[in-house]
Design a protein around this ligand. Structure first.
Ligand SMILES: [Fe+2]
Ligand SMILES: [Fe+2]
Length: 319
């Protein structure tokens, strides 16, 4: 079996649709400027459209246009808001494929580093066992909410952080970046389940979150172990984690901002071995993207232009 596979080689059955991962992370690289955000999404328009056709994201695209992910990512989940169900399912499906990729990341960490200590392999094996259970839990939750596997395209941007050939970088990306994001998202899902009185979802996600805290802790401990006596190596892993954290903040959608769609789960992260200093830094990195005002203005412009071009096409077709 091959070692160090690139994210394009992740195998899936015919139920799954693959999406270009650049779309999920482009927000993190944009400046706080409405015109730039609009231009980038218009440029990506045909790619975004091709990616959603034939999936359950198609109605969201038809309603909101190429900037639909800006609205979906930046508005907190609200059971009372428009398109609440498709948006909830989109989030749930994203978590489900995230669990698949977390399993693949942890399993690859066992296979890719044959010389790593036995205790490391045992920790990664324990994580695989947990992630396999999480996949089943989120598949069941998806069905519980009226969805199904493969209904939305899958972006492999999480697994992209799991491709380093250095074990310290690998655990920094997977067990601190990816699993840290999982803590933030799951704490938010628990809050949502409380709001909607969904005891099944609340309990299930709470069980999963307890495991994720352990996975972050594996990362916190193994980064230290793999880089002990080598401050330069440690610094590199911290740089990589910062880069991953920036990408996974989706331009401030996951941040400490007051209006963030996904707030940082500070308590859970402290329990998992993040230091106060690292959390301060995460708050700063994740808040650096375009302001929510910029993003929502850009989303509105994209929506209006999209509707205008649809109307023009209809007129042309009927004249
Ligand atoms: Fe998980
Ligand atoms: Fe995990």
């Amino acid at each position: 079996m091959k070692r160090f596979i690139p994210h394009e080689e992740l195998a899936r059955d015919s139920r799954f649709v693959r999406q270009d991962p650049a779309q999920a992370t482009v927000l993190a690289s944009l400046p706080d400027d409405v015109d730039t955000v609009v231009n980038v999404f218009e440029q990506f328009g045909p790619l975004i459209e091709a990616g959603v056709r034939g999936t359950s994201a198609e109605p969201l695209f038809d309603e909101l246009g190429p900037g639909f992910m800006i609205s979906v990512l930046n508005e907190p989940l609200d059971p009372e808001a428009g398109a609440a169900v498709p948006r909830l399912l989109l989030r749930m499906h994203g978590i489900f494929v995230g669990e698949l990729q977390a399993l693949e990341g942890a399993a690859r960490s066992i296979w890719d580093f044959p010389d790593a200590p036995w205790e490391f392999k045992m920790n990664m094996a324990r994580q695989c066992w947990d992630e396999a259970r999480h996949i089943q839990i989120f598949e069941k939750l998806l069905i519980h909410l009226g969805g199904h596997v493969g209904m939305f395209p899958e972006s492999t941007f999480l697994f992209e952080a799991a491709c380093s050939d250095d074990p310290a970088m690998r655990v920094a990306g997977v067990n601190r970046g990816l699993e840290g994001l999982a803590c933030d998202v799951f704490r938010d899902m628990i809050r949502f389940a409380e709001k909607t009185d969904d005891e099944v979802m609340k309990q299930a996600v709470d069980y999963v979150l307890a495991d994720e805290i352990t996975h972050v802790r594996f990362g916190s401990e193994w980064v230290k172990e793999f880089t002990k006596n080598d401050p330069e190596h440690f610094r590199k892993t911290q740089d990589f984690r910062r880069e991953v954290d920036k990408r996974f903040s989706f331009g401030g959608a996951r941040s400490d901002r007051e209006d963030a769609a996904i707030p940082i789960a500070r308590e859970d992260r402290l329990e998992a071995g993040f230091t106060e200093e690292e959390l301060e830094e995460l708050a700063q990195i994740s808040g650096e993207g375009p302001s929510k005002q910029t993003l929502m203005t850009a989303a509105k412009i994209l929506h209006d232009r999209f509707k205008a071009s649809q109307a023009a096409e209809t007129t042309e077709a009927t004249s």
